[in-house]
Design a binder for this molecule. Structure first.
Ligand code: G
Ligand code: G
Ligand code: MN
Ligand code: NA
Length: 254
């Protein structure tokens, strides 16, 4: 209950922060995008990760205000980087189940783009399979509306949910994201290697790009690259960074 009260005020009190984790092209090593990840700087408990409060935000409906703040902040930050002269990046924002199902999602996205001045091609939403499969027809229609606005969509945590392969081909998405649980033991677990390489093959057959998350070791990177994975994200390249740290990293690359 205490957490819930704190959460209710946290948006207004400015207690949320976004950190940004680079996404890297596996062939060139070039940073082409970032994933925005929310943190709560709690007045008593310190810095909390999303696992500590997103479920509560979902249950309580606070996710709508929080999600709107995340969208606005991510779009504005991306536009600021562009205005500061960095090469344009695509920013990915996580959308949780209730957020995705909300009637006003499309409107909220349009508004965040308009208010920030960010061109839609530089925004991506990450949704999980479970969200989509709850009401397939409606989800496909909503994804179509978002696509029509010019933003990109990706399926997060792919392989842990239960999207049918036949449904997958009707999603207007551009990328599949291999869940980090399959990445962890690449190089030592033949089962995970089979799953990862199958997802890569599936994505390419469907003309999608594929990214691996949670890449921590050189061995994992080598496996992914050898098996044709397009992109990676993980501590091996970089942890999630504050805006200024990310700007410094990008300046070093250009
Ligand atoms: O940042 P971390 O790696 O701890 O994120 C854990 C989980 O929280 C991930 O599954 C991620 O999708 C989710 N998450 C992170 N930021 C956001 C956000 O801004 N909105 C929503 N809905 N989920 C987020
Ligand atoms: O939205 P999603 O579940 O994909 O969020 C990514 C999560 O993975 C975030 O909590 C992020 O902090 C975490 N993460 C990012 N890179 C790594 C990594 O290399 N290893 C591990 N274990 N977690 C990572
Ligand atoms: Mn994600
Ligand atoms: Na994920």
């Amino acid at each position: 209950l205490h957490m819930l009260e704190g959460l209710r005020n946290a948006v207004d009190e400015g207690q949320f922060q976004l950190v940004y984790q680079p996404k890297v092209d596996l062939r060139t090593g070039h940073v082409f995008g970032v994933e925005a990840l929310v943190r709560w700087l709690h007045p008593e408990y310190g810095l909390l990760g999303p696992d500590r409060f997103i479920p509560l935000a979902e249950e309580s409906g606070i996710i709508f205000a929080l999600g709107e703040w995340v969208l606005q902040t991510a779009c504005r930050q991306n536009q600021l980087w562009q205005e500061a002269g960095l090469s344009p990046l695509r920013i990915s924002v996580n959308v949780s189940p209730r957020q995705f199902e909300e009637q006003r999602l499309v409107q909220r996205v349009a508004q965040a783009l308009e208010e920030s001045g960010l061109a839609p091609e530089w925004l991506e939403l990450e949704v999980t399979e479970g969200v989509i499969m709850r009401d397939l027809q409606q989800a496909v229609a909503k994804m179509g509306e978002l696509r029509a606005m010019g933003i990109s969509l990706s399926i997060d945590d792919f392989g842990t949910g239960y999207s049918s392969l036949s449904a997958l081909k009707s999603f207007p998405i551009s990328t599949l994201k291999i869940d980090k649980s399959f990445v962890r033991d690449l190089g030592s677990n033949a089962g995970d290697e089979a799953i990862a390489s199958s997802i890569i093959g599936l994505a390419h057959q469907l003309r999608l790009r594929v990214i691996a998350e949670g890449v921590e070791t050189e061995e994992q990177r080598a496996f992914l690259r050898h098996n044709g994975c397009d992109e990676m994200q993980g501590y091996l390249f970089s942890r999630p960074l504050a805006p200024e740290q990310l700007r410094q990293l990008l300046l070093r690359q250009s």
